[in-house]
Every structure is written in C-alpha cells, then in structure tokens.
Design a protein around this ligand. Structure first.
Ligand code: 2AM
Length: 183
C-alpha cells in the first residue's frame, strides 16, 4: 500500500510526505483546536510547530529520490483552494484525534491525484485508500462516545511542501525540503 522501506546502496532511507503547511494565522487557529482536542481526548497533543495536513505519504524512500520528487513537484500546475474543517473526530483504530473536512474541494482532489501520478512515475507504491483530509491533533487519544462540533475552520492553501520526517522518542521532527505555489 505504501512504499515499503526502500534503501539506497548505503542502506539509508528517508521518510517523506507531501503536505500543506499552515501559515501563522492558521497555525494559531489549529493550536486552539489542538488544546481543545487534548482536553477532550487526552493522549499526546501534536506539537504546535508540526501541525500540518498530509497530501500524500510516501514512506521510506532512498535519498536519491528527493531531487526527482522536487523536480516533478515543481512541474505541478494545481489551483489554490479553500478547505473547510468542519468536525472533530477520534479514530478508535489508531487512537488519533483529528480535525476533519467533510468535503474535499475539486482542486485538492486534483492536487492529490497529481502527487499520486508523481509517486507512481518514480516507482513508488500506489495509494489504495481513499484520501481523507485530516489534521492530527493528538495521538494515543481516548475516544469517547460523542465528538463535538467545533467552529468551522477555513484553510486557504496557496502552496504545498515536501517534508522529511525523522522519528524521535519525543515525537516526529519535520524538515521542509521544498515548497511550490498553487495557482
Ligand atoms: P496521521 O497524522 O494520520 O498519522 C507523517 O507521518 C504524516 O503522514 C502524518 O500526517 C501521517 O498521518 C501521514 N501518514 C499517512 N499514512 C501514513 C503511514 N502509513 N504511516 C505514517 N504516517 C502516515
């Protein structure tokens, strides 16, 4: 389903994903949602500086993939869009508390499809699960019976990024490798 642990000749790999990264105003709004989710569901709140929306998780790939991924991402011509986060969710199967968007705007679906084409062209595994836009606010959450309806949060996306994730005991550390505009 995902790229399964690709290694280069030196036995190295990097964990990558494409994402939307919030601007300071959106990050502040997401910080408030995170505090709310943490108060409701407990668990480990997402560090505020790492809040994001994943577009396409690529998994562990050889470092040599970074340059062609960036070149392909630079060739994407996708439209800017506004995404409405309209509900709080707590997923029991992986204990993630998140903000969800009921509607996937057409330009977002097109961008995700373009990134899928990029991944396949580079020989990475295809994504078989349907895309569900969500922002993880807490992990190891204790999901209750009811999820409250939070205030609607609108995110206007004007660019997208390629991110490297390094897993640490204290949580993932993220490094942006490239940023490309939406039109
Ligand atoms: P999540 O927050 O729902 O776990 C970096 O790990 C980002 O990629 C996270 O936003 C994570 O989503 C997403 N992701 C998607 N599929 C993943 C997978 N199989 N393993 C780890 N992260 C994944």
């Amino acid at each position: 389903m995902f790229a399964a642990g690709e290694l280069d000749e030196a036995g190295e790999s990097v964990r990558l994903f494409f994402a939307l990264w919030p601007d300071p105003a959106m990050r502040a709004a997401l910080a408030e949602a995170t505090r709310y989710a943490h108060a409701l569901y407990g668990g480990r709140a997402t560090r505020i500086d790492t809040l994001h929306l994943t577009l396409r998780f690529l998994g562990d790939v050889a470092p040599a993939r970074i340059a062609p991924l960036c070149a392909a991402a630079a060739g994407i011509r996708a439209r800017a869009f506004t995404l409405a986060f309209d509900h709080m969710d707590c997923w029991r199967h992986n204990r993630i508390a998140c903000l969800g968007a009921s509607e996937t705007p057409a330009p977002l679906a097109e961008l995700v499809a373009e990134l899928e084409t990029v991944a396949i062209a580079l020989g990475l595994s295809s994504q078989t699960r349907p895309y569900r836009p969500h922002i993880t606010l807490a992990r190891r959450a204790t999901c209750g019976q009811e999820n409250p309806a939070p205030q609607k949060l609108l995110w206007t996306a004007r660019d997208f990024v390629l991110v490297r994730s390094s897993l640490r005991a204290t949580g993932a550390r993220y490094q942006q490798l490239g940023r490309w505009p939406l039109l």
